[in-house]
Design a protein around this ligand. Structure first.
Ligand SMILES: NC(=O)c1ccc[n+]([C@@H]2O[C@H](COP(=O)([O-])OP(=O)(O)OC[C@H]3O[C@@H](n4cnc5c(N)ncnc54)[C@H](OP(=O)(O)O)[C@@H]3O)[C@@H](O)[C@H]2O)c1
Length: 316
């Protein structure tokens, strides 16, 4: 019988949890085995995990008793929510709360909660710099996660807090990649307000989480913001240009213009970018590539990410 400790991974079929499951499975002599939690154990992604030898179990964050079952007997738990599936801060909060409570019920010894800042601590609701959204949020997909930190502190098993940076995969999947301008040249358009953007390869998030589990419970109560590199808009555009072999320029879109683009989540993301600009250096310090590299020595730089992924960016 295996003496390895089980880490129950929510979001195992997704970017963050998937990176963690693969990091655990790759380290064959390591102390852990992964248990992948999914709503769809028969899906193609779940089957691919099973083929890696990973235990795949059913669990739905909207169904707390199913999480209790999925976490049972685990040493560790990785908890992540997916705001972008439903756009509801309330539902995201309820899902994360269910994960926190399930971890304590199961007697888990170490939880990693993938959270983000509750931006209202810096920009209160009556601060007009950011429009208030959904009646009580500034950046709903940040605030909902950050507001559950208290629940993890009070009602979960011992918890380490992980704060991810902007995924560079957003340039592939989230419609944020460079597009052809009127003259045919490519333009990377983001609302950065002149500040730098901490970014990360999505697959590195789970590897950093793995580094935290490897460190043991000494990190409990601490916050780890992670990033692969911190770059300005023009720096990202220049690197994209070199990787694509054509000119890419940068356009710093005004926050109000971005908020008004009309796609689902545009206001939330516009506020997110403006929040990062308001915090300035404080936000950059919150996501430190060197500290991230100490958790994951193979952390990708943007150039390394581009070498593997530039060709996957849909050029509109
Ligand atoms: N994009 C960025 O730049 C960025 C940066 C920082 C943080 N984030 C945050 O990252 C989060 C998303 O994480 P991700 O990128 O890893 O997600 P993802 O790749 O889109 O995958 C979503 C994962 O969540 C699982 N899931 C969704 N609803 C569930 C439920 N009710 N019960 C159990 N599992 C559920 C899915 O599992 P099944 O479908 O298999 O059940 C899937 O594994 C978002 O909340 C976002 O705010 C994103």
């Amino acid at each position: 019988m295996s003496q390895k400790k089980v880490i129950a991974v929510v979001g195992a079929t997704g970017a963050q949890g998937g990176g963690l499951v693969r990091a655990i499975a790759t380290d064959r002599d390591g102390p852990f085995i992964a248990r992948a939690i999914t709503r769809k154990p028969e899906s193609e992604k779940s089957r691919a995990l099973a083929e890696l030898g990973v235990e795949v179990v059913a669990g739905d964050a909207d169904d707390p008793p199913s999480l209790d079952r999925a976490f049972a007997g685990a040493y560790g738990a990785f908890c992540v929510t997916n705001f972008w599936e439903h756009f509801s801060a309330e539902r995201e909060g309820a899902q994360a709360t269910a994960m926190a409570r399930a971890s304590r019920k199961a007697g888990v010894q170490h939880v990693i909660w993938s959270t983000l800042e509750d931006t209202r601590k810096w920009v209160p609701l009556d601060d007009g710099r950011l429009p208030t959204l959904q009646g009580k949020y500034k950046v709903p997909h940040f605030d909902s996660k950050g507001s559950v930190d208290r629940v993890f502190a009070e009602e979960a098993a011992p918890t380490t807090y992980l704060l991810a940076a902007f995924y560079w995969e957003n340039f592939i999947y989230f419609g944020m990649g460079p597009r052809k301008g009127p003259d045919g040249d490519l333009v990377l358009s983001l609302p950065l307000g002149g500040v730098k953007l901490p970014g990360i390869a999505a697959g590195d998030i789970g590897k950093c989480a793995y580094g935290l589990f490897r460190r043991g419970t000494g990190t409990v109560g601490q916050r780890f913001g992670i990033a692969g590199e911190v770059l300005s808009g023009p720096e990202m555009a220049a690197k994209m240009g070199r990787a694509l072999g054509r000119k890419v320029s940068f356009s710093d879109v005004p926050f109000d213009v971005y908020r008004g683009l009309g796609f689902p989540g545009a206001e939330d993301l516009g506020n997110m970018f403006q929040f990062q600009a308001i915090l300035g250096d404080e936000f950059l310090r919150s996501r430190d590539p060197e500290r991230s590299r100490s958790l994951n020595p193979n952390l990708l730089t943007f150039d390394a990410w581009l070498a593997a992924n530039a060709g996957r960016m849909p050029i509109g």
